[in-house]
Ligand binder design. Structure first.
Ligand code: TRP
Length: 353
């Protein structure tokens, strides 16, 4: 069965963009058709200036919201990255396969580092090596598919390169994954700035609908969305990005089609009102379930504990195989040291050189 891996970084509250752009696909499609892992990637949240208490809070909240949105621990594995040591173990090995030039070419690194330096701050080394840790996240599980937004495509491309390079140098160890863009859902843009994505990290409140926003807050944000000059409601992403964003949100919430919906509305006001209500209705069950889960924190903890245990069991053999293949001596107490199979082929391969 196909294995799917994706991650949520606990650097901000989850948004409607995360939900319509990614989480809903995980819930309605991926967990049913593939062996799926969804990970709160907390180690990644430490690559930029952070507040320890906030990261901890956001990690728990993200886990709770993933379950509230409908991820079912009977169908998929939900866990926290730092609970499974294999990520960090494998990341180091992959750092010995990646080059510094490759890291410095990553667009997200260049942008974030430039922004940080412009503010007079310093850039954490982990921001540079972040894509290697992300590669480790994926490769540890032999995931074939990685559903991510297009801003992560370059990182998945790097993951493919590292996997192929490792396999070629040290013997076949890793599945070479590919990025998949969600089939269900939309790329939701910031309501105040429809040319940039509705991200969680850039906490500029009024253009971002958070999953836990109260209905009245949602209504206010949608009604105040920036629209384009003009009178008619037409669907044109290039010329009318603000309007297109609203039509796409409405379509995504109601299962409609943005260009058909544009014909239904005569005024921006009516479109905004219906979009606001559609968003409120989509968020309602998630918020209700979130409230129930918050009343039962023991349940969420248990899910995360089981999830980490399952994840560890899946990742361990692959990461151990990578250690062997790259030349690390197995500890005598390590049961895999006397095993056969993958270990032997690694030894034979390396001895033959
Ligand atoms: N880098 C991703 C982001 O910023 C999060 C992430 C970390 C991830 N590890 C991953 C996504 C592995 C997919 C697979 O959104």
């Amino acid at each position: 069965m196909t294995r799917v891996f994706s991650g949520v970084k606990p650097t901000g509250h989850l948004t409607l963009g995360n939900y319509l752009g990614a989480m809903r696909q995980w819930v309605t499609v991926d967990q049913h058709r593939a062996e799926s892992l969804f990970c709160i990637v907390d180690l990644h949240a430490l690559t930029v200036d952070h507040d320890p208490a906030r990261v901890r809070r956001l990690s728990r909240q993200a886990a709770t919201l993933l379950l509230a949105a409908g991820l079912d621990p009977e169908l998929c594995t939900v866990f926290v990255q730092s609970h499974v040591d294999e990520h960090a173990r494998l990341s180091y090995v992959l750092e010995c396969v990646a080059t510094d030039g490759e890291m410095r070419r990553m667009i997200q690194y260049k942008e974030k580092a430039a922004r940080e330096r412009a503010r007079g701050g310093s850039v954490r080394l982990s921001l540079l090596t972040y894509p290697v840790l992300m590669a480790a996240d994926i490769l540890a599980y032999g995931a074939g598919e990685v559903p991510v937004g297009d801003d992560q495509a370059q990182h998945v491309e790097l993951t493919r390169d590292l996997a192929a390079r490792f396999n070629q140098r040290y013997g076949y160890t890793f599945v070479v994954p590919r990025a998949t863009l969600p089939k269900v859902g939309a790329r939701v843009m910031n309501l105040q700035d429809p040319l940039s994505k509705m991200g969680k990290s850039d906490d500029s409140g009024p253009g971002i609908v958070y999953l836990l926003d109260e209905p009245d807050v949602v209504r206010k944000k949608v009604m105040r969305a920036v629209t384009d000059s003009g009178q008619e409601v037409v669907y044109d992403r290039e010329a009318r990005p603000g309007l297109a964003n609203l039509l796409e949100i409405l379509a995504s919430c109601t299962g409609g089609n943005p260009s058909e919906l544009s014909g239904v509305y005569e005024s921006y006001g009516a479109l905004k009102r219906d979009t606001a209500e559609a968003v409120v209705e989509v968020l309602r069950p998630v918020q209700e379930r979130h409230k129930e889960l918050c009343a039962d924190p023991g349940y969420v903890e248990e899910v995360l504990r089981d999830g980490a245990e399952r994840a560890r069991a899946m990742a361990r053999p692959t990461v151990d195989a990578a250690y062997r293949a790259i030349g690390l001596l197995p500890a005598a107490s390590d049961p895999v040291a006397v095993d056969t199979g993958a270990v032997d082929s690694g030894i034979v391969l390396n001895a033959a050189r």
